[in-house]
Design a protein around this ligand. Structure first.
Ligand code: KIV
Length: 266
């Protein structure tokens, strides 16, 4: 049985220069397999909205949906540190709301930590949640909840003033007490500069190799997101054709009466 990975273990990996591995999960079966494979942290991302629920983006995802997904993951998990995403509108209105919602993810769903998007603008919120002893992961760069401001899923920080703001954001969330920082969709050189500047681990997604760890959406690495695959995704197993083939064979065998056979019957 795996020993539970804690925030202290993540800090130790960071200090020893060991890369930190993170994948998303939203349900029991995949979380169980990922935990058994030895992933360091599982992120119950609000990407569940696009990946599992089929929404166009993450904005419609609710607290109740995040609690549902997080509970399923927690039932499967033994050893990974589980981070639950705070969905749009669960932390932007005021700090009290944010603390209550972060608390719900821990108390009702069992998450070990929460993640929220933003930099300087959410640093007071991060401090308040950390002061409740709930570990926080921050997330800057291409923040999917800001899709309408960004005008789409675009690489951030290419322009000088944007890069300067992202560096300021990184320093602000680290000073506010976040224990890790997701860097999404930013140039690799900027990710390296941020990683070298702050004293908490950076977890990259589309942010190059210099981050302290990496995160990807599990459905992307398993080839289950057929609609669109960003440049930063590596498909480690192309499962969609395998699943289609299995389903087609099942349909055929039920139609032609070769399933169920004697061995499947009582
Ligand atoms: O929701 C999510 O899956 C995320 C990752 C892409 C970092 O925020």
């Amino acid at each position: 049985m795996r020993k539970l990975t804690t925030v202290l273990d993540i800090q130790k990996m960071y200090q020893q220069g060991e890369k930190i591995t993170v994948l998303t999960a939203y349900d029991y079966p995949l979380a169980r397999i990922m935990d058994q494979a030895g992933i360091d942290m599982i992120l119950v991302g609000d990407s569940a909205g696009s990946v599992v629920a089929g929404y166009d983006n993450t904005l419609p995802v609710t607290m109740d949906e995040m609690i549902y997904h997080t509970r399923a993951v927690m039932r499967a998990n033994q050893g990974a540190l589980v981070i639950a995403d705070m969905p749009f509108l669960s932390y932007q209105i005021d700090v009290r709301d944010a603390c209550l919602n972060a608390g719900r993810l821990v108390k009702e769903a069992g998450a070990h930590a929460v993640k929220l998007e933003g930099g300087e603008n959410v640093s007071a919120t991060i401090s308040a949640i950390v002061n409740m002893d709930v570990p926080v992961v921050a997330h800057i760069g291409l923040t999917p909840q800001s899709i309408h401001r960004m005008g789409g899923y675009r690489v951030q920080g290419r322009r000088e003033e944007q890069a300067r703001q992202l560096l300021a954001d990184a320093k602000a969330v680290a000073a506010a007490g976040a224990f890790a920082l997701v860097l999404e969709g930013i140039p690799a050189d900027l990710a390296r500069e941020i990683t070298d500047t702050i004293d908490i681990p950076t977890i990259g997604i589309g942010a190059g190799v210099h981050c302290s760890g990496q995160v990807l959406v599990v459905h992307d690495i398993l080839g289950l997101c057929e609609k669109y695959s960003p440049k930063f995704v590596k498909v480690y197993a192309d499962l969609a054709p395998l699943i289609k083939d299995a389903v087609s064979r099942y349909i055929e065998e039920v139609k032609n009466g070769s399933f169920p056979g004697e061995e499947h019957s009582f």
